[in-house]
Design a protein around this ligand. Structure first.
Ligand code: FAD
Length: 433
């Protein structure tokens, strides 16, 4: 008899809730990872670096497991089929896994649970990727918060050592199922290709966190942690990071709270993950649906240097600084009046750290349609944003070197014209409600 620990967005063997509870029972635990075809088949880019990131992380786990005389079972397929195969090979008693709050994941897990239960196998799930989830931080009336500041206050009031404690997986390492190394499907077998550009390091840099508040808004410097891809795939533990944040910087802790907040919103208001505005009246906006302008935005050819710099950084590296994400998102939705869903989908394709909850939250915040969003009449002026946050134009020079020359494109739209058009269109839409 064995237990299974099914890894998804928690690709590490330390401080992992599901793994800890699986090992603790004293029955041999088989670690499992599935390259899920329901997700991978939808990726158009066969050089998608996220698949490469996951592959690297799984290989690193495999290495560690082999050093302990164990091995992970790694599959390329559909979860339902994989669990059928696993049940043929092993006598499974329980399956352990960590919560995943996205709509697809909720459906998948419900179906797998049913399938397993029908076969007499129980399914156990744990909170792992956030500090507080779902219903743990609620308003006094028991309803979910929709505004960040009071949510974060309650979050901080509730926090204590218990919630930051690591799960000491090491204590039970002898309980991994012993077997010879199992083969990991290669990227090529799955139709993908590695391009080998290095990923941001998972080392937490205390100096950056200490100076976070002063430096976080300047895209020309590395003033933010660049840990987002690691948080996305769980190659670092949120508890370890939150412990550091608590000791070093409240500003940094606040960002981790935003992360919990958006996961909580997605859980309670699942319509946001289904292409709907959080505030329903914003779905009356008459977007321009201008594909030409959209392509110029995607390719960093709008004639607004800060916007173009951001989009080029994204296209080249899979990362964009948060300040610039806000600027380009505001520009697309307000200056170009293009549906935030188009921008959201483009980011989803390109961002290494793409996460439905945070991405949707960020886009709806910029468009004004989200919970606790900027009021719609507050429209970022890209020139003023540049003066404030890239005063020496270093970030712009790096990504748009031609911006001062004749070959740089003319602005796609005049700022003042765009501002007025946006105010009119938004006001019209919101009147209807
Ligand atoms: P740091 O500033 O060092 O922050 C530390 C961590 O806190 C991040 O790694 C991230 O996990 C979390 N965090 C920070 N800001 C936010 C935020 N506003 N909301 C939620 N979590 C946050 N973040 C994603 O992880 N995935 C996305 O798909 C994503 N899409 C975004 C889209 C838009 C339009 C906007 C405005 C923001 C988006 N963000 C997203 C939030 C934020 O921009 C990134 O988390 C951040 O830039 C990542 O860089 P970092 O790791 O250096 O962040």
């Amino acid at each position: 008899t064995v237990h299974i620990c099914w890894f998804r967005r928690d690709l590490r063997l330390h401080d992992n809730a599901a793994l800890y509870y699986a090992l603790k029972e004293g029955i041999p635990v088989v670690p499992v990872f599935i390259f899920d075809r329901s997700i991978l088949d939808q990726l158009e880019d066969k050089q998608d670096r996220r698949v490469e990131f996951i592959h690297n992380a799984v290989e690193a786990m495999q290495q560690q497991l082999q050093e302990m005389g164990s091995s992970m079972e790694v599959f390329y397929g559909f979860p339902a089929d994989v669990f059928r195969k696993l049940a043929e090979k092993y006598n499974i008693e329980k399956v352990f896994t960590n919560h995943d709050y996205e709509p697809y994941a909720k459906q998948r897990d419900a179906a797998i649970q049913q399938q397993l239960n029908a076969a007499g196998i129980s399914f156990h799930t744990y909170k792992d990727q956030v500090i507080f989830e779902k219903d743990e931080v609620l308003k006094d009336d028991g309803k979910p918060y929709t505004v960040f500041t009071p949510y974060s206050r309650k979050w901080k009031a509730k926090l204590n050592d218990f919630y930051l404690k690591s799960y000491p997986v090491e204590k039970y390492r002898e309980n991994f199922y012993r077997q010879q190394a199992q083969v990991i499907p290669s990227l090529t077998e799955m139709g993908f290709e590695a391009i080998g550009i290095p990923f941001p390091s998972s080392a937490t840099r205390k100096e950056i966190i200490k100076q976070y508040k002063e430096q976080r808004d300047f895209p020309a410097i590395e003033g933010t942690s660049r840990l987002s891809v690691h948080l996305r795939f769980g190659t670092i533990s949120i508890r370890e990071l939150a412990k550091q944040a608590l000791a070093l910087s409240e500003g940094f802790l606040n960002e981790l709270i935003w992360r919990d907040f958006y996961h909580m919103i997605l859980w309670h208001f699942s319509h946001v993950g289904e292409d709907k505005a959080f505030k329903k009246e914003y779905d009356f906006i008459q977007w321009r649906h201008d594909e030409n302008d959209f392509h110029k935005w995607c390719n960093g050819q709008t004639g607004y240097p800060i916007v173009d710099a951001g989009m080029r950084e994204l296209n080249a590296t899979g990362f964009m600084h948060n300040r610039v994400r806000m600027i380009v998102a505001s520009f697309l939705t307000k200056h170009l009046l293009i549906d935030w869903r188009w921008g959201e989908a483009y980011f989803a394709k390109k961002l290494l750290d793409f996460d439905l909850a945070a991405n949707n939250g960020g886009w709806q915040w910029a468009a004004g349609s989200g919970c606790d969003a900027a009021p719609y009449f507050r429209i970022f002026n890209p020139y003023l944003q540049t003066q404030k946050f890239d005063p020496k134009l270093e970030y712009i020079r790096k990504w748009v070197p031609e911006f001062e020359g004749f070959n740089y494109v003319q602005p796609i739209v005049q700022h003042e014209f765009a501002r007025k058009r946006c105010l009119e269109v938004y006001a019209n839409a919101l009147k209807k409600d």
